[in-house]
Design a protein around this ligand. Sequence first.
Ligand code: AR6
Length: 211
Amino acid sequence: MRFLPLRAKIRPVADPAREEGNRFMKVTINRSVLELVEGDITLQDTEAIVNAANPSLLGGGGVDGAIHRAGGPQILEECKAIGGCPTGEARITSGGRLKARYVIHAVGPVYKDGRQREPEWLAGAYWSSLELASLNKIKSVAFPAISTGVYGYPMEAAAEVALTTVRRYLEGHPEIQRVRFVLFGTMAYEVYERALRAMKEEGRLKEGRPM
Ligand code: AR6
């Protein structure tokens, strides 16, 4: 029998987000942790994951399709009972067969030219999702990059809105302990990482100590 060097046996305590994703960044905001990870939202172990839904809440492609496929038919049944959701808002269902206990269905805007109140609607989708999390005593939430796929929102602009909105919410709501952005692919991850680094360097993050 071959003995492994002792070093190989000692595994550092992994950050939960690190397990599935490739790249990872973490900052603290007030009492909460904000993480960026490259990965698949359906695999996340946060209490809630957020779906990039449409106003019908009846499913679709992209993240929406992946969540309904992975979570099973119960989610769609609950969505049907809710009966839809306006742009800029969110609704909550159970997580069906997902690891996450809840799915928060957020409806971002379709991007036209950036002058049709798209930033406001997008911020609303993030803010409403976090309000629902607070209301339901959910302490950890994973978001995809809402509106940046089928809905055509440019990634840089969307990252700025997403990070600013979440930062503002966490500054006033320490009950949400962890927010994770799950970025699909290297390009999306790098855009978010650049935006978060810029925020940090410009002193726009109120970093504190997590609970
Ligand atoms: N995990 C994380 N991110 C993902 C995943 C995944 N498994 N799959 C795709 N993305 P989209 P939208 C990224 O199109 O733009 C649906 O049909 C993707 O690369 O899912 O808000 C709904 O029913 C992109 O960056 O959502 C609506 O009709 C981001 O997630 C419409 O699409 C969002 O892409 C909503 O469009």
